[in-house]
Each structure stands twice: as C-alpha cells, then as structure tokens.
Design a protein around this ligand. Structure first.
Ligand code: KIV
Length: 325
C-alpha cells in the first residue's frame, strides 16, 4: 500500500506562520497543531497520511524537531553509539535511556515520544520487562515503548498492553542481536525468513501491539506486513510503503562517518561544527570575545578598588581591564 507524502515543511523557526489547513481537512499528525498520540497516528494510517519520525536524545534537539513539526521522536538505543560512542546498541544503560527520554519529552511535550527498551531490560523475564516499561512511562514520561521482538515475545507484549503500556513491536532486523548474527544485517532475504517475519508481525498484532516498526526488510516483505497490519507500520530501511518512516537524525545531519543508503545526509553539520570550533579558537587566541557584559556600578567599583588597594586613578590607566594589569 502506498501512502501520499506529507507536503514539505518550512525551515524550523518559532515565529513562522502556520499554513491553515483547508476547512475539514486534517493535515496529519503535527505537534505544532495538536499533541500527537497513538490515536492520531492510527488516524493518519486510516487516512493514508504518512508521518515522519526521527531519533532524538536531548531536550534542545527535541524542541527544534517539535517546532519543525516532526510528530514522532524515538529515543533510540542508538544513543549508545551516537551519544556514548559505543560500536553498537548493546551498551545503552537503562537508567541513562530513561533520563534521555524524560529530557526529550520536556523539550517536545507535544511530540509522541517513543522510548527504546535497551538490551536486557526486557529479555530477562516478563516481570522485568513490564516493570522497566513502566519506568519509561512514569520516570521517562514516554508515550510508548519499543522493543525488538519475534513471535516468542507475544506474551510479554500482551502483558505490557494489559498494563496500559502502548508497545511498538520492532521486527525484521534487530540490532540487539548483532553479536549473534555477526553485525547489523538485513532481514527476510530468504522465503523462510520472510515468512517468519510475517508470523512475528501477526503475533505482535494479536498480542495488542499499538504499532509495528520494521527494519531492513525487502519491499515485498514490508508490503505484506503493511497489508496485514491493523496498526501503523513504521519503516526503517524497509521501503516507502510504510505508514511512517524513522531514521537516525545524526545520519541526516552528516554527523556520522557512514550512513545507510536510506538515511543519506541532508546537511553537513560535522563540517559546520568544525568551522565553528575553528572560529572560536581564533577568537580565543585573538581575545576578540565581544563586548564584556558584566560591570561594577561606579560606586561599587570605587569601593572594590579601595579594598584591594588600588586607586581609581591607577585603574583608569589600565583602562579598567583586569587582563591588562
Ligand atoms: O535505536 C534506534 O535508533 C532504532 C532505529 C529504528 C533507528 O531503533
């Protein structure tokens, strides 16, 4: 099933006028118009309106993404790579991700914030899984949690759903299995594997998952999942036929060394960052820091100079600039 793309968005900016949608027409989930919920994403699916999602790990970036009208922010376990510098996603501490999730929600209160459950926060037991999902919802203020699953996780997804936690079932390629399969790899490239992934999707839908996230699958496999799904399907390298699309923001910003072909850089912030750092180094070297913003009132200054044993006259000779004394 193909979905028409949302119209392109203006450059982020607080004061930008919002185009008013034609009377009666819902433009799709947009945090600048209304808070985004699982329900509004389900409505987008029904109305054939695709939606964008991006990873986000901090409040400042979240604020800009909300202003840009990105409806879904994923606090991914890719934070282990992008923020902590690990080689894969296995090293995202639970408490750390909960803290980042709360930061993102504070920065973008109207976006739907999806918290990624990290490695070993739900695989150890169903009780651990439900408890930790609860921590993301309460301490992390998440709107839903995402976990990497196959059909064997259906009982856990059902328990979370029963507890009131909206679950995004991440199927297809599962980076938390990277050590097992020898790295990040596409999934569903044989008929057997493709059928198994379809069965995973069915099991997740039956268990009550609120959304599916399909990663790195061939188009035919994705299309079949989308065709069968009763809930929004978010793709990550799974083709344009999904209801939503998510990629790692750092890839689009040109901050990473290598990007997957479905998330090629749109900006070159890495080079811009280097240029900014160079300019700052020059300013520091040359002492051109701009006008100094803090000053003593005349009376306080005179008193201060008296107490440190300097006269106003001798100070005047230095121009009052401590760096010159
Ligand atoms: O952690 C993550 O960033 C993800 C992706 C789907 C991009 O799970």
């Amino acid at each position: 099933m193909m979905h028409p793309m949302l119209p392109g968005r203006p450059t982020p900016g607080q004061a930008e006028p919002k185009p008013t949608p034609a009377a009666g027409a819902w433009p799709g989930p947009d945090p600048t118009l209304a808070p985004v919920t699982v329900r509004s994403l389900q409505r987008a699916m029904r109305e054939g309106k695709t939606f964008a999602a991006l990873t986000c790990y901090d409040a400042t970036t979240a604020r800009w993404l909300e202003r840009a009208g990105v409806p879904v922010l994923l606090v991914g376990d890719t934070a282990a790579e992008m923020v902590l510098g690990h080689p894969n996603t296995l090293h995202a501490p639970l408490d750390f991700l909960i803290t980042l999730t709360a930061a993102v929600k504070r920065g973008a209160p109207r976006c739907l914030v999806m918290a990624d459950m990290p490695f070993m926060s739900y695989q150890t037991s169903d009780a651990d899984g439900v408890r930790n999902a609860g921590r993301f919802m309460t301490e992390g203020m998440a709107d839903c949690v995402k976990l990497e699953v196959d059909a064997s996780f259906a009982p856990l997804v059902a328990l979370m759903t029963r507890a009131g936690v909206p679950v995004v079932a991440h199927i297809g390629s599962r980076p938390q299995h990277a050590k097992q399969v020898g790295g990040y790899a596409a999934a569903g490239k044989t008929a057997d594997e493709a059928i198994r992934i379809i069965a995973d999707a069915d099991a997740m839908l039956a268990a009550g998952a609120s959304m599916l996230l399909v990663e790195a699958t061939p188009l035919e496999v994705t299309e079949e999942i989308v065709r069968r799904s009763t809930v929004p399907v978010i793709g990550c390298g799974a083709g344009a036929g999904c209801h939503g699309q998510v990629v790692v923001l750092h890839d689009l910003l040109g901050l990473t060394e290598r990007q997957p072909p479905f998330a090629l850089p749109i900006a070159q912030l890495g080079s811009q960052l280097s240029a900014v750092a160079d300019t700052w180094k020059s300013r520091v070297r040359e002492g051109t820091l701009g006008e100094h913003p803090y000053a003593l009132a005349d009376r306080e200054r005179a008193e201060f100079l008296r107490r440190i044993g300097r006269s106003a006259a001798s100070d005047a000779s230095t121009g009052g600039d401590a760096r010159n004394t």
